[in-house]
Design a protein around this ligand. Structure first.
Ligand code: SF4
Ligand code: SF4
Length: 188
């Protein structure tokens, strides 16, 4: 090996070392992106698709679902069962039961797209876990919404809360356990 080749090799190796050091130092001083799960959780991006959930109307603190059944008809996997009642003085029905079989759901989005009231959306839950299969095959979306509604009521003045205290569930229907098939739904 000639002297000039040796010098070129050493210079090349040194340059490569400097490039490597620059990258290493650059990464070392960057803020950490490690999330200390489960004490911290990530904020999911807007287009993330978690399981389908009922939307809480920020104006009323209640569901916007009118139990029209279009989502039931649109679902290709037959994973939605719902029921509703028409309360006195109200023009439309209110949802009283909304059960999702998340074990069959492909998150295709047909139900979300077809809903005329924007009453359902994808949740941002990415870490739903359970030892019980039933928690996924019979996801009670009304119950989940009621938990959100409780928080909503805590943060709204009494007048607004009074409007929203009408539970999203129908006590009569729940008490009797009555469950009528929704439009497009087979009777049990
Ligand atoms: S996302 Fe698709 S498969 Fe899942 S419940 Fe909605 S329509 Fe059915
Ligand atoms: S399509 Fe929308 S309003 Fe109709 S039952 Fe489904 S979620 Fe409720």
């Amino acid at each position: 090996m000639s002297l000039s080749t040796a010098i070129r090799d050493v210079a090349g190796g040194f340059k490569s070392l400097l490039v490597g050091m620059r990258i290493t130092l650059g990464q070392a001083i960057k803020p950490s992106i490690t999330v200390q799960y489960p004490h911290q959780t990530l904020k999911m991006p807007a287009r993330f698709r978690g399981h389908v959930k009922l939307v809480l109307d920020p104006e009323t603190g209640k569901s916007r679902c009118t139990a029209c059944g279009l989502c039931v008809k649109a679902c290709p996997s037959d994973c939605i069962e719902l029921d509703g009642i028409k309360r006195e003085g109200e023009k439309k029905k209110s949802v009283t039961e909304y059960e999702l079989d998340f074990t069959k759901c492909s998150l295709c989005g047909s139900c979300v797209d077809v809903c005329p009231s924007d009453a359902i959306e994808y949740s941002k839950d990415y870490n739903v876990v359970s030892l019980n299969r039933e928690d996924f095959s019979h996801m009670d979306l009304v119950k989940r919404l009621e938990a959100e509604a409780e928080i909503w009521r805590k943060h709204h003045p009494p007048q607004a809360a009074a409007v929203a205290t009408t539970p999203v569930t129908a006590p009569a229907a729940l008490a009797t356990g009555a469950k009528t098939p929704s439009p497009g739904q087979k009777a049990p």
